[in-house]
Ligand binder design. Structure first.
Ligand code: IPD
Ligand code: CA
Ligand code: CA
Length: 259
């Protein structure tokens, strides 16, 4: 079996296992703590899911590096780097609002090669491999063909810090006035997957980390969408901001976002 296929298989297994565990524990948390500021939560489930995923990666691929949200970076010097968000949408999760997922992207040679996002509440598995398309539960997915923002359903998210929240309020207002509607679901990785499968026509956010975007951005691109920075330049997972669209409304979105 080719290496990337094996990596994808392990990522899917690990994401399903973590997601299923999280779903079973929803509403039954042992510990909720704050990571600086009263709005940025972490639960014992985030940590347990992350440990399970990391243990699995280390067992199967001891030479791979890992960047995981709760435990940080472990560099081995190997050719692959796993980027793990064990639970994207922790605030939703802590309130038993069932919009959260597990997100895993695997980087090699400067780009994300394999992407897996698992939503256990809907049993939806989004996957992509660079150059090979994007899939939802094994079926190919494509971005929407909406041509105008006025007909579009958009999504965004708000940073944990108050300055970041206020900075995006201004864009939220602009988009609310121009788009058919704007949603704020609370899981950036899922928001990206929803652009990929045409449920959303566009998504933007300003204060994200590589574990929020690594998998989702590849899934959008492989579904035929466009992913960029606010100034229109190609997106990089180490940048904080992202604009992801079906491609057709991309220019209009960027203009509305002031670039
Ligand atoms: C958060 C979610 C949320 C986004 C935040 C992220 P977390 O991730 O993706 O939608 O608005 O910026 O930090 O903390 O739940 O893993
Ligand atoms: Ca996250
Ligand atoms: Ca998280």
């Amino acid at each position: 079996m080719k290496e990337l296929e094996r990596i994808k298989e392990v990522a899917i297994d690990a994401a399903r296992e973590a997601g299923t565990y999280a779903l079973n524990r929803m509403g039954n948390l042992v510990e909720i703590s704050h990571k600086g500021g009263f709005t940025n939560l972490v639960t014992d489930v985030d940590k347990k899911c992350e440990k399970g995923i990391i243990d699995r990666i280390k067992k199967e691929f001891p030479s791979h590096s890992i960047l995981a949200e709760e435990s940080g970076e472990e560099v081995t010097g190997g050719p692959f780097r796993w980027i793990v968000d064990p639970l994207d949408g922790t605030t939703n999760y802590a309130h038993a609002f069932p919009v959260f997922c597990v997100s895993i992207g695997v980087v090699s040679g400067g780009s994300v090669k394999v992407a897996v996002v698992y939503d256990p509440s809907r049993d939806e598995l989004f996957t992509a491999e660079e150059g090979k398309g994007a899939f939802l539960n094994g079926r190919p997915i494509n971005v929407s063909d909406m041509e105008k923002v006025r007909d579009s359903l958009l999504a965004t998210g708000f940073a944990y810090n108050i300055e970041g929240k206020l900075a995006n309020i201004k864009y939220f207002k602009v988009m609310m006035e121009k788009a058919q509607a704007v949603r704020r679901p609370g899981s950036a990785a899922l928001d990206l997957c929803y652009v990929a499968c045409g449920r959303f026509d566009g998504f933007w956010e300003f204060d994200l980390n590589p574990w929020d975007t690594a998998a989702g951005q590849l899934i959008v691109k492989e579904a035929g969408g466009t992913v960029a920075l606010l100034n229109g330049k190609p997106f990089d997972i180490h940048e904080k901001e992202i604009v992801a669209t079906n491609g057709k409304i991309h220019k209009e979105m960027l203009t509305l976002l002031g670039s």
